[in-house]
Design a protein around this ligand. Sequence first.
Ligand code: GLN
Length: 489
Amino acid sequence: MNIENVTAVALGEKLRSRKMSVREAVEGVYKSYMELDRELNAYSYFNIEEMRADADRAQKMIDSGEAPSILTGVPIGVKDNICTKGAPTTCASKMLRDFRPPFDATVVKQLKHAGMVAAGKTNMDEFAMGSTSETSCYGMVRNPWGTEHVPGGSSGGSAAAVSAGEAICALGSDTGGSIRQPASFCGVTGFKPTYGAVSRYGLIAYASSFDQIGPIARDVRDCAAIMDVISGQDGMDSTSLFCTQGESFYDSLTGDIKGTVIGLPEECFDDGVDKAVKENVEKMVKTLEGMGARIDPIRLPFIRYAVPTYYIIATAEASSNLSRFDGIKYGYRAGACATVDELMIRSRSEGFGSEVRKRILLGTFVLSSGYYDAYYNKALKMRRLIVEGFERAFSECDAIVCPTAPMTAPKAGSFLTDSMKMYLSDIFTVSVNLAGLPGLSVPCGFDEAGLPIGAQIIGAAGADKAVLNIGHAFQMATDYHEQRPGGVQ
Ligand code: GLN
């Protein structure tokens, strides 16, 4: 089967009506993987035997007439920082290269419960720190729209796999944009839910107060269908929310946005944004207006403080979360050490890559007694102002539309040599995590080189369904999300 263009929902329908077997679907994914992954490097682990066994289990569910979900039998890639029982979960780091968790993350349990087939682990930036998927210990992921370009990050493997047809859909994690930005760079749809909407149990933590798992897929309908599988309160994650009352995410997609008030923040359309990005996002706003939405200019003056605030809090939390990887309790252990101190120092120095080490250093610095008030405490106060700023904005509009990233996918290497440039490129995504809001990236056009552009739709906390519905309305009126890679110079 050619799975390159099929959506998860359409495939689920075919499987349930027995027009195709789950085995055939899985073999289709395997075929694309064999053809494409040598070049793209989107997966860090792929085990066809495990998938065939899962496929047979899903087929039984369908044959018994009790398919528990519209996605039963659909293969889904899982980012390599989400625990899968018995299968490698490495965060693309030498530190965890041999780790095979003894348990499934809650989301993986939910996927299995729905009869979805976990289709390998997707490559990523080491410990989800980065915006390019170049810092993986397995080597960089390539963008299917132009292999000399990065796919974005850190869920670059998930986005590249979905875009190229190596996966039908995938899970990513988003701490400061890692679902939305790679979705934007690879021309696919990515959704970061409200903080707490999806359980983080079994997601290896980067910055716990920002981290959120979400779907990367071919369209908004697939993202909504996946949200129906993975969302909900979980006793294993005390920050998870009970927010799935009422209609399902999928059923709530009406495509009707008449009367919806969309805020357009002038700060997100200034000179720092590439011309093609600006023009295409503005074009999208016109389309939404044509569908009955009202467009109001708004201000988000705090947005220029979002990047420093995010990087102080994220690195502080990361330095604490990653302290467990000491070569004793967890992770890679350096050989032939004379003392415990030497063992810890060498295990951490050899096990972590340079970006991760840099962030741990920065995090311990901002938390140190001499600088705590000057940096960490101040960043927490700024975070509160950002939350309040968004609350004010959402008293005037139902959703905000802006670019997902100020540019299209850069060439490989260009961010690695200029970390500041990379950090600043997160400007439109990190503020959403600082406030715990839902954010969706949908494809909305192409630049002169033919690289995809993404637009972001942001909602108030808990307004996940409204955000998805705006994206769905846009996709009903356009076909950017249906374009597949090919022919980029
Ligand atoms: N690029 C951001 C960072 O490096 C976001 C990463 C993420 O969302 N995991 O921190």
